[in-house]
Unconditional design. Structure first.
Length: 577
């Protein structure tokens, strides 16, 4: 018999399980061992990005089983399915990185199609690496189902020569090796110990940044993002997430009731105060777009500008996700932000309670080591800064966490490269000069295609000891692990005729993070002459297939590099069909 708390006549799964006409559909469900009672309960999608590509995703299948137990305990019927992931650490530094950002759209699309095709009533989504986190959250908001997000957890730090290390250290060690500062034997010793467990990269790189976002925006249970992947407590949070989604379904609390403009502001605050990845400036607008909320890179950067930076995490700081978890995690961070009046307390969360109610339940305080008190921050503005100017009319973004004010202003001549490979080769050969601004163009969402991250190049510069002696700008992206004065998301991108397409070697470029400026010392008349002479975007190798489609659909970076009209153009709601 159906549970009286759930009216199946109003849920999507009625199209599959109810009435004589659905006997063939029910026969498929019986074939998988479901009982009559289970068939007539709500069907809950349990979506994971499990695969064997990297440690980020390898524990998700185990955690999914605990989610399913929680759903069953709360009288739902879980239906597990998987989608893709492209893991940036594996894809980094070669053509595979072109697939990374496009995979975010594929994840959202495939979760949407699976949910629609099988008429599931609610969604618990588990993700472990970079684009899979925003992709899963985008699907939740797009479908507007009762939804709970669960992060797979971070990797434990490795130990090498008596200190904690992460994969960031390995990337930078490649630069040290190229500069003759590190032996091949020592590099091999480091690579063997840097990643000792399941889980996503341990610093406040993109995965952990977006995991913090999942809590701050309200889609994840409080403190669920913190525990490293190997910890048994992850299974407890998974089980609780399964129960929680059934509570949301019972009370008809949907993803867009949770993800509001105020909730997105809360999320951007947490990114800023933790020195999070610049990629949040891409993913927060994309999540907002799914709900039809106008919230772009400029909005994110405005929030960054007036949010103090007080959580000391790598790459700009000293600690990793495990340390943040042990210091109290995102709840303590949000409690500090709330003390400064920087949190919208009335936002709903996955618990069904408000963010303010959840913060009031937090008993721990800032430890002064990993989480500093908001009254005495590491700096008065966020760890990520937005830039605009004649070189970036649509904006750009730079991570300044861990940099002094003096290091946040840079003027130098351009050294222009048409793609990342050319720039990396020049760095490897030391074919650049101290004081230059390295420009990598044609790496935007459409022009790449795929908006690659430049960690191999920036890490090589850092490894050579040049991370603070040159600057780098690109219409592509940077990894959350990037250090140094590196400006990404320059828009419009070169393929769309942005000013970055018009630069020449020797043009004097100024990056002024405190002033929010990215400019080139050229009069508008000269830029106009160069624009007139511009012959159009560089041709790529991708004349067919998924990346060809992506390049033609993808929109502007400052609006999230999205590929469809979004919630504002909807003519129906999935849950109400």
């Amino acid at each position: 018999m159906p549970d009286s708390r759930f009216d199946k006549s109003r849920l999507p799964s009625r199209h599959v399980t109810e009435g004589p006409a659905r006997a063939p559909h029910r026969s498929y469900l019986y074939a998988m061992g479901l009982s009559e009672e289970e068939i007539h309960r709500p069907l809950v999608g349990v979506a994971t990005c499990w695969n064997e590509a990297a440690p980020c995703n390898i524990a998700l299948d185990r955690q999914a089983q605990s989610v399913k137990m929680g759903v069953k305990q709360a009288h739902g019927t879980p239906r597990e399915f998987t989608t893709i992931t492209v893991t940036d650490g594996i894809a980094m530094g070669h053509e595979g990185m072109r697939s990374s950002l496009a995979s975010r759209e594929a994840i959202a699309d495939t979760v949407e199609l699976t949910m629609r095709g099988h008429c599931y009533d609610a969604l618990v989504g588990l993700a472990g690496c970079d684009k899979s986190l925003p992709g899963m959250m985008m699907a939740m908001v797009r479908l507007n189902t009762p939804s709970v997000f669960l992060y797979g957890g971070s990797i434990l730090p490795g130990r090498h020569n008596g200190r904690d290390v992460t994969v960031q250290d390995v990337f930078e060690a490649v630069g040290q090796h190229q500069a003759g500062k590190l032996s091949t034997c020592e590099l091999e010793r480091l690579e063997a110990v840097a990643c000792p467990s399941a889980g996503a990269c341990g610093g406040q790189f993109t995965a952990n940044t977006m995991a913090c976002v999942s809590e701050a925006v309200g889609l994840a249970l409080p403190n669920s993002a913190g525990a490293p992947a190997p910890y048994e407590s992850r299974d407890q949070y998974a089980e609780a997430s399964g129960r929680a989604v059934m509570g949301l379904l019972e009370h008809n609390i949907r993803a867009r009731d949770v993800v509001t403009r105020k909730a997105l502001i809360n999320a951007a605050r947490v990114v800023a105060c933790t020195g999070g990845s610049t990629n949040a400036g891409l993913h927060l607008p994309a999540i907002a777009h799914e709900a039809g909320i106008d919230f772009d890179l400029a909005d994110v950067c405005d929030i960054f500008r007036d949010t103090p930076y007080f959580v000391d995490l790598k790459p700009g700081g000293a600690y990793v996700a495990k340390d943040l978890h042990e210091a109290g995690g995102v709840p303590v961070v949000m409690k500090e932000l709330d003390k400064a009046g920087l949190i919208h307390r009335d936002c709903l969360t996955a618990t069904g309670r408000s963010m303010g109610e959840e913060i009031d339940r937090v008993t721990r305080a800032a430890d002064g080591r990993v989480i500093h008190p908001v009254e005495t921050p590491l700096s008065m503005t966020g760890g990520v800064v937005g830039l605009k100017g004649n070189l970036a009319p649509d904006g750009a973004i730079v991570k300044v966490a861990g940099m002094s004010k003096a290091q946040q202003v840079f003027t130098g001549p351009a050294r222009v490269f048409e793609c990342e490979e050319d720039a990396f080769a020049a760095v490897r050969e030391r074919a650049y000069q101290e004081g230059e601004v390295i420009v990598i163009r044609n790496e935007g969402p459409a022009g790449g295609p795929g908006m690659r991250e430049m960690l191999a190049t920036t890490a090589a510069l850092s490894g050579q000891g040049m991370g603070k002696k040159v600057a780098l700008i690109t219409d592509g992206r940077f990894s959350g692990a990037t250090r140094g004065f590196c400006v990404g998301h320059v828009g419009p991108e070169a393929a769309h005729g942005g000013p970055i397409a018009l630069l020449r070697d020797g043009d004097m470029i100024t990056i002024d993070a405190p002033a929010g400026e990215l400019s080139v010392a050229l009069p508008e008349e000269e830029l106009a002459r160069r624009r007139e002479a511009w012959t159009g975007p560089r041709e790529t190798l991708y004349a067919t297939g998924a990346l060809w489609k992506y390049a033609r659909l993808v929109g502007a970076t400052h609006k999230g590099a999205v590929t469809h009209p979004g919630g504002g153009a909807e003519r129906h709601g999935y849950m109400d069909l």
